[in-house]
Each structure stands twice: as structure tokens, then as C-alpha cells.
Design a protein around this ligand. Sequence first.
Ligand SMILES: Nc1ncnc2c1ncn2[C@@H]1O[C@H](COP(=O)(O)OP(=O)(O)OP(=O)(O)O)[C@@H](O)[C@H]1O
Ligand SMILES: [Mg+2]
Length: 247
Amino acid sequence: MSGKGGVGKSLVSGLTAIALRRKGYEVGILDADITGPSIPKMFDLTDHPAGNDSGLLPVTSKSGIEIMSINLFLPGEDEAVIWRGPLIGKAITQFWEDVLWGNLDYLIVDLPPGTADAPLTVMQTLPISGVIVVFTPQDLTSMIVRKAVNMARQMDKRILGVVENMSYLYVPEINKNIEIFGKSRAEEMSISANAPLIGRLPIDPALARLCDEGQIERYDSDIMTELGESIVRSTSANIPPGQGKND
Ligand SMILES: Nc1ncnc2c1ncn2[C@@H]1O[C@H](COP(=O)(O)OP(=O)(O)OP(=O)(O)O)[C@@H](O)[C@H]1O
Ligand SMILES: [Mg+2]
């Protein structure tokens, strides 16, 4: 989660899921961003979810990640969902209760920005192991991150770690990292959230391109591997791949 829009929550959700999948785990993504879903586009998914009497089946990505998103039900990906809070909460609850997720080791939940209906429903309804807070190194961020952290604390949810996204830009011509949004706040945020710093993601135009083309599963980087390892370390599950419980 994050307090602010456009900081890279969906990207971090996607990369985390891919990293865990590459380690051999069974992974799902529940897209809890009902009015601004972006997961299906990143994974180039357009199939409608199939269903039967016992529930809805998630759509499987190329690398085998199970995905459920409201966008998969719409006649076209540009259709808008214009719903108020209670309906949004209901959709998220259904994605948790009525979807046949199968034997997953990890279910990653991608939240919309802010601390309103969707995060509230997720924290109240889903037995989440914890929260990953994503932020960018901008001035407003520290206050907004603290709001997200405070919400998680009030709801008795653990912060698994913090990720600074768009932290710097690597310029190969001069072999330097430039902090174009200002000095990194990663340490400060980690201390204020009392949670480990999972990593600093650079601005990577190649990554943005892969997301736009629906090819995020082709991305690879050390920080991404670290995302996966850090989640395995910090969740109580800490289970060998394929040993997930169906709960
Ligand atoms: N490190 C990065 N390098 C390059 N592009 C990035 C990076 N992080 C995010 N982006 C791009 O910025 C845009 C916003 O990212 P993303 O959708 O993950 O943010 P978000 O926090 O989920 O947004 P929202 O609040 O709308 O849900 C996307 O187009 C994504 O590809
Ligand atoms: Mg998003």
C-alpha cells in the first residue's frame, strides 16, 4: 500500500509476485484496485474468468501466476467502474471469498492509493500477514507514508517492509546514479515505519516499457530477487515452495 497514487504499488505487487513465482512458489495477485486496476495490463491478460457453481477461477499469467481483477470482467479494458465505497468493499470481499484460489503459497493484494474503503476492507476481511509500503523520495511522501503506517498499526497489521521506488536514475554515460526526485528517504522511512528497507528501485525506462507492453514477466533485476527473498524471510509462512496451505 501507499498513501499516494502513482508511486508504483502495482509495479511492486507485480514484481513481488514474479520474484516469488521464480523461486518456485504458487502465487496469486488479488487486484483490490477496483476503480483503477492496472495488473491485467501489466501481464497482458484479457481472458474473462471462468466460473462454476463453486466459484470463480482466476486467470493464469504466462509464468503461472493466478490473477483476479475487475478489469477481466469488463467488455473492454477502457470501461470505467464507477462505484461507491460499499460496492468496492463487496467486490474485494467476493474476490477473496468466491474465487477458487487453489493451493497458493502467497497471495499478493494490490491496493489503490490512500487509506479509504479498499485498504480498510482488505485489512478487516483478509487474513493478511502484513503490509508492504511503497513510496517515492518526494517531500510530501513522509507524511503520507506515516498515514499508511498508522492505518496498518491501528488495524494491528505488521509492516513487512518498505520499498523506495523511483529512487534514482542510473546514467550509463557517466556511470552514476542521479537522485532526480531528491535525496533518498529510504532510511528515514524504514525507521519511521519500524520495518526493514526491502530495497530501492531505480527509475528504469525498460521496466516502464515492459509494463506498457504487458511483458512485466520478462523483467529481471537484483532488487526484484531481493523483493521475493525479503517477503519469504518476513512472512511467518516461510515454507518450502509448493507447501502452501489452502487457507
Ligand atoms: N521504477 C520505475 N521505473 C520506471 N517506471 C516506473 C517505475 N515505477 C513505476 N513506473 C511506472 O509508473 C506508472 C505508475 O506505476 P504503478 O501503476 O505501479 O503505480 P501505482 O502506485 O500502482 O498507481 P495507482 O496509485 O494509480 O494505483 C506505471 O506506468 C509504471 O510502469
Ligand atoms: Mg496501482
